[in-house]
Design a protein around this ligand. Structure first.
Ligand code: SF4
Ligand code: SF4
Length: 234
């Protein structure tokens, strides 16, 4: 149903092993959800490739439009999937594709990347983005939480960044430590999210409108159609 509605990625994650992590981020009301339906839509390559010019007003506005439209499309798909599961008698919660619920920790109710990783859709890169084999990190995600007894679609994927540091070196805020992902470590070991936030706010202030950065996504060799495809890290 998700794929027929326009999603490019779909998977089911078993949340049972990460219940404490889920509750620590989103609260006790998430404890009843044992499965996550992970849904992703790939961003257009030509838009992402141009993010090296993210301070160009045309590039910035084009990306904002695509970014917001993709999030709205994800929310629509999630609402439909949640409705189908609800009618079947399951408890459901469609998590907003891009809504922050904690301004101190700078995070949302639930980590879409956690669900996608556990569903076997990709690995967490040194950029803290979910990196897929097919489209690299050039994907927006959403999640439907449920207690429906759905079969998980895969196992967590080993990270395949190797010696690559392109996202780390590309970040103008110096937000990444370069440490590879380890499930038992908090995000702060790899990513100073406040540095990213401050950089994006400063650029937005300078340009007089809300803009995004995305250089870490554009820098990753995975998902690129261009000559970089021959130089993937092993
Ligand atoms: S969006 Fe830009 S500032 Fe934020 S982490 Fe990525 S490269 Fe760094
Ligand atoms: S740019 Fe390199 S280090 Fe960063 S996520 Fe992609 S493969 Fe991993």
């Amino acid at each position: 149903m998700a794929l027929h509605s326009g999603a490019d990625f779909f998977g089911i994650a078993d949340l049972t092993p990460v219940r404490d992590t889920v509750v620590a981020q989103g609260g006790d009301s998430l404890a009843e959800f044992t499965r996550a339906v992970s849904i992703g839509i790939a961003l257009p390559d030509d838009i992402v490739d141009r993010l090296v010019q993210h301070e160009n007003p045309c590039v910035a506005q084009q990306y904002m439009v695509i970014y917001n439209a993709t999030n709205r499309q994800l929310d629509r798909i999630a609402a439909s999937v949640a409705d189908r599961l609800r009618v079947a008698g399951a408890a459901v919660l469609a998590v907003c594709a891009s809504c922050r619920t904690d301004n101190d920790r700078l995070c949302g109710l639930f980590s879409h990347k956690l669900a996608a990783r556990l569903a076997g859709l990709g690995w967490i890169g040194k950029s803290c983005l979910l990196v897929t084999r097919q489209a690299g990190p050039r994907v927006r995600w959403t999640t439907v939480l449920t207690n429906a007894p759905l079969l998980p679609t895969g196992e967590p994927t080993e990270q395949a960044c190797g010696e690559c540091r392109r996202c780390v070196d590309a970040c103008p805020a110096g937000a990444f430590s370069g440490q590879p992902f380890r499930a038992e470590e908090p995000r702060e070991v790899r990513f100073a999210v406040r540095k990213c936030e401050d950089y994006v706010n400063a650029v937005s202030h300078r340009m007089g409108c809300q803009v995004l950065c995305g250089l870490c996504m554009a820098a990753c060799p995975h998902g690129r159609r261009l000559e970089d495809a021959q130089r993937l890290p092993v």
